[in-house]
Design a protein around this ligand. Structure first.
Ligand code: GAP
Length: 464
């Protein structure tokens, strides 16, 4: 389980700041502060049109890697509310806590282990008359689970929790999957969904929030094969980020030292990304051993094990868990893609996203709004959108429309001009090289679909 102490391992990031990304997200409608018209709700965010498309693409790529390209993993969508005993068995009720300190003067709350980083923590003593100083309580353990109540009666017996991780929904369904999907180890169960943590100091835009989406997979293996599968999943998950174009020098693996391991883990490594706040966890890969299945077996009274009727072999599988955050991955892809440059004396901001992650793949633009160009462009747009996400835009100068598409990361722009009526050709503009080539409309959709599947490298690597 992630700890905030792991955030921000200081090291200079490159020149993209979090503010650059936050303001682009707002300007282009990717991500907004939640409940903005009421002044906002702390560290909760709403995704607008392009943000939804981008995050969906991140999740789609994860599903593609988990079940589209292999046949040993099945999908699951478990409920957010689970039986409260789940959280006793998992250890969350007792141990999913952070040390919390309150300030009686300013009424703010801090993590005791992060006090140095907070403005309040710099003035711990309260001198008479010093209204600036803080007056800190002793540290106490604060459970990060959100508690709510089920049904009309609000008492201890009705208490339930919003899940703090998607993983436990997988473990409590182990028996169902074993029976109904007829699986035997090695096999995995994958789930994407919301998790909730009442973080004391949520921060850094969508990096750490109280409501977020996880992409988790539990891979069940024979006990003596756990180490081998742990190494395998480290490699696979690193490859996923590499193939989606994250710059290799902005990614690294970090093995947890023993004193940092969660109670359930015998080995954990993080894939870290060099965010503008420094090296920070993007995804954790843990060897959870047989901790979870044994705990749920004990608390539920159900046998959670693998039994081979033919060979008589019986064991409690061990679990390898790659656990990623969809929002945090989205932030990493945004940061890695953000670029600003000067083109012909003008500033251009561009999101150099992998084409498969880009919210819109192709923009269809009439050069001007006359001479039949809008009609021809609209017809081409309707043809292309059957095969890939497309956008039609006829408002404003062509230069402004290109800039808008650059800012939302659209890899290709197709412009219908006067020549189109004569020979059924259009110009195809590349977001990164800015090259424009004349191509026939016939075969254009096939060409773009093929480009989407081609290997891709961040153009920022060429430039840097
Ligand atoms: N089942 C193991 C588990 O939940 P974790 O390291 O606590 O492990 C996995 O969470 C991933 O979920 C993290 O690597 C991160 O990407 C994401 N995550 C965790 N807490 C988050 C938060 N408060 N806000 C956004 N993403 C978070």
């Amino acid at each position: 389980m992630e700890t905030e102490a792991a955030d921000q391992r200081a090291e200079p990031a490159d020149d993209v700041t979090l503010d650059d990304v936050v303001s682009l997200c707002k300007r282009r409608g990717f991500i907004f502060q939640s409940s903005e018209i009421y002044g906002g709700l702390g560290s909760t965010y709403d995704y607008g049109h392009y943000g939804v498309l981008l995050k969906n693409n991140v999740k789609d790529e994860w599903w593609r890697a988990m079940i589209g390209e292999r046949d040993d993993i099945v999908a699951l969508d478990s409920a957010i509310l689970q039986h409260p005993r789940t959280w006793e068995a998992s250890g969350h009720l007792e141990g999913f806590t952070d040390p919390l300190i309150d300030c009686r003067a300013c009424k703010m709350r801090f993590r005791a282990d992060k006090l140095e980083d907070s403005s309040c923590g710099r003035k711990p003593s309260k001198r008479p008359g010093d209204t600036e100083a803080c007056d800190l309580t002793d540290a106490r353990q604060f459970n990060l689970m959100f508690e709510t109540h089920m049904g009309a009666v609000r008492d201890d017996a009705s208490a339930v929790y919003l899940r703090p991780e998607t993983a436990q929904g997988i473990f409590v369904n182990f028996k169902n999957v074993l029976q109904f999907a007829r699986r035997k180890p090695p096999f995995g169960i994958a789930q994407v969904g919301k998790s909730f943590r009442n973080e004391i100091t949520p921060q850094n835009f969508i990096f750490r929030t109280r409501e977020f989406e996880q992409m988790e997979m539990e891979f069940f293996v024979a006990p003596d094969e756990a180490e081998r599968w742990f190494d395998y999943w480290l490699g696979e998950r690193r490859r996923w980020y590499d193939e989606l174009g994250i710059r290799p020098d902005h990614l690294r693996l970090r093995a947890h030292p023993t004193d940092e391991l969660s109670h359930y883990s015998t080995a954990t490594s993080d894939i870290e990304y060099l965010f503008p706040i420094g090296w920070s966890e993007l995804e954790g890969i843990a060897n959870r051993g047989d901790f979870d299945l044994r705990q749920h077996s004990e608390f539920s009274g159900e046998k959670l094990e693998y039994f081979d009727q033919q060979s008589g072999e019986r064991y409690v599988p061990h679990v390898i868990e790659p656990a990623a955050g969809a929002d945090r991955a989205t932030l990493a892809f945004l940061v890695d893609a953000y670029d600003a440059e000067e083109v012909e004396g003008r500033q251009r901001t561009v999101l150099r996203l992998h084409p498969r992650l880009a919210p819109v793949k192709v923009a269809v633009l009439p050069l001007v709004s006359k001479e039949g160009m809008p009609e021809r462009a609209r017809a081409l747009y309707e043809q292309l959108r059957r095969r890939l996400r497309a956008e039609y835009d006829e408002g404003g100068s062509i230069g402004k429309r290109y800039r808008r598409q650059d800012e939302i990361g659209t890899p290709w722009g197709v412009t219908v001009d006067g020549q189109t009526a004569d020979d059924d050709t259009v110009t195809l503009r590349d977001r990164d090289s800015l090259e424009q080539v004349r191509v026939p409309i016939d075969g254009l959709a096939d060409e773009l679909v093929a480009r989407l599947e081609a290997p891709w490298r961040s153009p920022k690597l060429e430039a840097g």
